[in-house]
Ligand binder design. Structure first.
Ligand code: NAG
Ligand code: NAG
Length: 431
C-alpha cells in the first residue's frame, strides 16, 4: 500500500516538474510581446480593414501629436523644383545618368567621351531604361530627346473605393520617389475608409505628398464629370503648376513603372499622350491573365491635358479598343510583351472585397454574371487560377524566373505583401 502510494506520488511529482519545465521552455522561446505585435500588425495589413476588431488592434499605434497631417482639398500646395544636375554623374569628358551608368568603367578609363551603360540602360547618357528605349525604337518616329535642367513635376491621379484600396499603398510606396503629388480620390465614406487609415498612420512617411479628396456618393456620375472635377480641384489647389509638368491618371489597381516615369521627368522631346502597356496580373502577382497585358492611357503634359478638357476630347481608358487604334491615339506606348510599363493587379483584394468589386462591375455592365458568387467560389478561382468566367485558365507566374514579376516595393517587402506573392488558396500540390 505504502509503496503504491509512493509510486503514485513520485509520478505526480514527475508530471509537475515536467509541466513547470514546459512552461519555462515556452516562456523562454516566446519573443517579447512588442515583437509579436509588430509582425502580426504588418503581415495582416490586408485583413485589417475587413475585420471589425482591427480597430482595437491599431488603436494603441496612434500617437496624435506626432501624426503629420495629410492634405485635404482645402489647403494649398507648392511643388518643389528639382535640378537634374545632381541626378547625373560628371566625368572628365561627359556626364551620365547616375542610375544607368557603369561608374567603375567610367572612372577607370577617364578619356571616355561616351557613357558606358549598365545592363538595362541605353542612350548616349544612359538615361533611357530598357522599357523606354524599346518603346522609342518600336514607335519608328524620329524622336529627339533633350535633357532638361529642371525636372518636370508629376501629378499622379487615381481613384479608390473600400474594396480596391489595398493596392493604393503599393502604388504610393513604389512611386514615391518620382511622383511629386498623388491625388487620391475616394468614393467611400465608410468609417474605416482610406482617410481613416491615413489618420491611423498608413503611409505616414509619404503622406505629405498625398492630396486626399473624398467623393462620397459621386460614384454614379459619369467618369468625364468626375475627372473634370478632379482636374479643376487640382488646379485650384496646386499653386505653381507648369505647362510642361505631367498629369498621370490610372485605374485603381494599376502601378506604373517608376523608371519610365522618371524618364518623362528628365527629358524633353517625347511624343504624347503616353500609354503604358501593363503586365496583367489577376488576384495577385502569382497569376497572369492569358492576354498578358492591358494598355492604359497614362501621361500627358499639363498644357496638353488642359487642351483636352477645354475641347472635351478626353480619352478614357475604356474607349481605347484593340491594338489597331492604340497607335493612332497615343504618341508612345511604353511597354511590350517582355518589358512592362507597369502592372495591372486586377482584383488583387481579399475574396470578400473581390465579390463587392464584381457587384459594382456587374451593375455598371462592365462584366456579366449569371452565377451567384460567394466566398468559396472566389477562393476556388484564386486557388486553381481560373478567371471570372469560370473557364479561362490563368497563367502561373514565378518570382524566381521573372524579372517583372511584381513592383520593387512588393519584392522588397514580401513579408508585408505576402498576400500578393503567395497564393493562400492554392491546393496542396502547389509549390
Ligand atoms: C581628362 O581627359 C584628358 C584627355 O584624355 C586627359 O588628358 C586628362 O588628363 C583627363 N583629366 C583628368 C582629370 O582625368
Ligand atoms: C528595394 O531595395 C533596393 C535594395 O535595397 C533599393 O535600392 C530600392 O530602392 C528598393 N526599392 C523600393 C521601391 O523600395
Amino acid at each position: 500500500m505504502q509503496a503504491r502510494l509512493d509510486g503514485k506520488l513520485a509520478l505526480l511529482y514527475t508530471l509537475l516538474v515536467l509541466q513547470v519545465l514546459i512552461v519555462v521552455i515556452y516562456v523562454a522561446s516566446t519573443p517579447p510581446p512588442e515583437l509579436v505585435a509588430s509582425t502580426t500588425r504588418n503581415s495582416v495589413s490586408f485583413v485589417k480593414f475587413e475585420s471589425p476588431q482591427a480597430k482595437q488592434e491599431s488603436e494603441p499605434l496612434v500617437n496624435r501629436k506626432s501624426l503629420p497631417s495629410y492634405r485635404t482639398i482645402n489647403s494649398q500646395i507648392l511643388l518643389k523644383d528639382i535640378s537634374t544636375f545632381k541626378l547625373f554623374e560628371k566625368y572628365n569628358l561627359t556626364s551620365c545618368w547616375r542610375e544607368g551608368v557603369n561608374d567603375r568603367r567610367m572612372k577607370k578609363e577617364d578619356d571616355l567621351e561616351k557613357c558606358v551603360c549598365n545592363q538595362g540602360w541605353h542612350g548616349s547618357d544612359c538615361g533611357q531604361p530598357e522599357v523606354v528605349w524599346r518603346a522609342i525604337m518600336a514607335s519608328k518616329q524620329n524622336i529627339k530627346l533633350k535633357k532638361r535642367k529642371i525636372a518636370r513635376r508629376i501629378i499622379h491621379v487615381f481613384s479608390i473605393n473600400d474594396y480596391n484600396s489595398a493596392i493604393a499603398e503599393v502604388i504610393v510606396e513604389e512611386l514615391y520617389g518620382v511622383v511629386d503629388l498623388f491625388v487620391i480620390y475616394d468614393f467611400s465614406n465608410a468609417e474605416d475608409n482610406f482617410r481613416h487609415k491615413l489618420a491611423k498612420g498608413l503611409l505616414r512617411r509619404e503622406q505629405h505628398k498625398i492630396l486626399y479628396v473624398n467623393l462620397e456618393g459621386k460614384i454614379r456620375k459619369p467618369s468625364r464629370v468626375i475627372s473634370t472635377y478632379i482636374w479643376d480641384r487640382m488646379n485650384s489647389v496646386v499653386m505653381n503648376l507648369r505647362d510642361d509638368d505631367i498629369y498621370v491618371t490610372t485605374e485603381p489597381e494599376q502601378i506604373l513603372n517608376s523608371r519610365a516615369l522618371m524618364f518623362l521627368k528628365i527629358y524633353d522631346g517625347w511624343p504624347q499622350p503616353i500609354g503604358f502597356r501593363l503586365r496583367w496580373s489577376v488576384f495577385g502577382f502569382f497569376w497572369q491573365h492569358p492576354m498578358k497585358t492591358s494598355i492604359t492611357v497614362g501621361a500627358c503634359t499639363i498644357s496638353f491635358t488642359r487642351e483636352v478638357y477645354r475641347s472635351n476630347s478626353l480619352i478614357l481608358p475604356k474607349e481605347l479598343g484593340g491594338e489597331v487604334t492604340e497607335r493612332d491615339v497615343l504618341g508612345l506606348v511604353i511597354g511590350d510583351l517582355n518589358h512592362y510599363g507597369g502592372w495591372y493587379c486586377y482584383l488583387c483584394q481579399d475574396p470578400a472585397n473581390i465579390i463587392t468589386s464584381l457587384r459594382h462591375k456587374t451593375k455598371s455592365r462592365e462584366i456579366k454574371f449569371e452565377k451567384n458568387i460567394d466566398v468559396p467560389f472566389v477562393e476556388d478561382l484564386i486557388g486553381t487560377g481560373v478567371f471570372l468566367d469560370g473557364k479561362t485558365n490563368l497563367l502561373r507566374a514565378y518570382k524566381s524566373r521573372d524579372p517583372y514579376y511584381a513592383p520593387e516595393t512588393v519584392l522588397n517587402n514580401t513579408w508585408k505583401y505576402d498576400w500578393l506573392v503567395e497564393n493562400f488558396y492554392a491546393k496542396l500540390d502547389y509549390y
